[in-house]
Structures are given as structure tokens and as C-alpha cells.
Design a binder for this molecule. Structure first.
Ligand SMILES: *[C@@H]1O[C@H](CO)[C@@H](O)[C@H](O)[C@H]1NC(C)=O
Length: 236
């Protein structure tokens, strides 16, 4: 079907055959930490509190806190799949935050970072998160590592302590919020093995809102992602 139908974190449908049989990944020694929920405001030029009931900065703070609160118990989107009303609420919160981001340039240097997926509607990612256990592991951080200057983007799924699946892409900012990308190669790597996989597609995503903590993304397939900045830098 649509090879074009790619997403920022799009992965090939992983089947058990994608993993070397008998080489199940080690159990993670750590589970994913709790999602940081410390919405902060960038230096906002505040109007006196008396002037309005809530300044624009305070409204933004509330919108962001609302979104982070709604996703905080959703297991990165796994629980949302079975709850249409929560999904609708989260999408409303995303739309609200996107209003604050509508004039932002989100494809500049501030996009270069190791980003960590907090919540998504993308089925491939949720499939892996749900099913990693079948392969004797658990899904660790799911990352998007972007270097805007070099035009490189890696989508990374970690299987702690040492397993990783990543897809290399080239990427290019084509508008204030849209980035086009094209997969170039993919690697499934364990402690002592590594499997290169063929490239498989291209697509785009738009960062609708971005700040020093989080980014909110909609992609070519209409999927949503809420991402925060990882407290570390991922390197191949
Ligand atoms: C589904 O979402 C609604 C609205 O957020 C919530 O009140 C309800 O408890 C959720 N149901 C489940 C089973 O999590």
C-alpha cells in the first residue's frame, strides 16, 4: 500500500521474524521513568494580573498542563486506543496548544535534539510497545533524534539494556512547521548482533507547537505525537 504513508516514527510492521530467533533481548534492568510534567513558561512578557483574568502566558501554561495531565496515565497511547473519549480530549488539548504554536517556526535550530515520545496514536509504535514482551524484552525510550543543520533524523526504539532498532533518514525543513524526511536505512542491533534493513519510504511531519520542554506533532497520516526533550543525547 502507500509507501508514502510514512510518519515521523514509522516503522515497518515488525513480525517475530524481524528478531533473530533464539536471541531474545535481555530483560530491561530499568523501566521507563515517569513522565516529567513540569510545564514551564519561557520568558513571557506578562501583563499585570489585574488586567485580565488570565494572561496569554498563563493560558498557555494551563493548556500545556492540561495536555500533559491527559496523557500522563495513558502508557504512551496504549490505553488511549481503547478509549475514544480520552482520545478526543487529548486531541482537543493538542489543538488548543497548536493555537499557541500557530505562528511559531518549529523547524529551526530548536528542533535539533533527542526527542522522546510521550504519547502517540501511531499504531506501529504502539504495537511495538505492547508486544515487546513477546520478544523477551520491554520497550524503553522511543526517540526521534534530529539534526536540522545536517538534515539528519533517526527514529529510535530502545530495548534496554542494549537492544535498539533505529531508522536513519534524511530530512529537510520545507515550511515554518513542516519537515520532509526520507528513510535511508534501518538497523536492528543487539548486544552482539546487528541487522541492516532496507530503506522503506518517506513522508513529513509538522511540529504544531514547540518549546524548551515538549513538541506536539501531526504527521502525513493524521497521527499525533506528544514528545518531550530527552534528558540525554542519543548517538548511533
Ligand atoms: C476513558 O476516558 C474518560 C475520559 O477521559 C475517563 O473518564 C474514563 O475513565 C476512561 N475509561 C477508562 C476505561 O480508562
Amino acid at each position: 500500500m502507500a509507501v508514502m504513508a510514512a510518519a515521523p516514527f514509522l516503522l515497518p510492521a515488525l513480525s517475530t521474524s524481524a528478531f533473530p530467533s533464539g536471541r531474545s533481548l535481555p530483560n530491561p534492568s530499568q523501566s521507563r521513568g515517569t513522565i516529567p510534567c513540569h510545564p514551564k513558561l519561557r520568558h513571557s512578557s506578562r501583563t499585570p494580573v489585574a488586567a485580565r483574568s488570565a494572561s496569554a502566558g498563563e493560558s498557555l501554561l494551563l493548556a500545556k498542563a492540561d495536555l500533559l495531565d491527559l496523557i500522563s496515565d495513558q502508557a504512551r497511547g496504549v490505553r488511549t486506543e481503547g478509549n475514544a473519549s480520552r482520545r478526543a480530549g487529548i486531541v482537543r488539548a493538542i489543538d488548543a496548544l497548536a493555537l499557541y504554536g500557530k505562528d511559531m517556526v518549529t523547524t529551526g535550530p530548536s528542533l535539533s535534539a533527542t526527542w522522546r515520545m510521550m504519547w502517540t496514536t501511531e499504531k506501529e509504535q504502539l504495537f511495538i510497545i505492547k508486544n515487546a514482551r513477546l520478544f523477551g524484552t520491554e520497550t524503553g525510550d522511543v526517540l526521534q533524534v534530529i539534526d536540522v543543520g545536517k538534515g539528519l533524523l533517526n527514529n529510535v526504539i530502545t530495548f534496554p539494556p542494549s537492544g535498539v532498532f533505529f531508522v536513519r533518514s534524511t530530512c529537510e525543513a520545507v515550511s515554518p512547521q513542516r519537515v520532509n524526511f526520507r528513510f535511508t536505512s534501518a538497523v536492528l542491533r543487539g548486544n552482539s548482533w546487528q541487522i541492516p534493513l532496507p530503506p522503506f519510504g518517506q513522508g513529513w511531519f509538522e511540529s504544531l507547537y514547540l518549546d524548551e520542554d515538549i513538541r506536539v506533532v501531526k504527521d502525513i497520516r493524521g497521527d499525533y505525537l506528544v514528545i518531550d526533550r530527552a534528558p540525554y543525547s542519543w548517538k548511533e
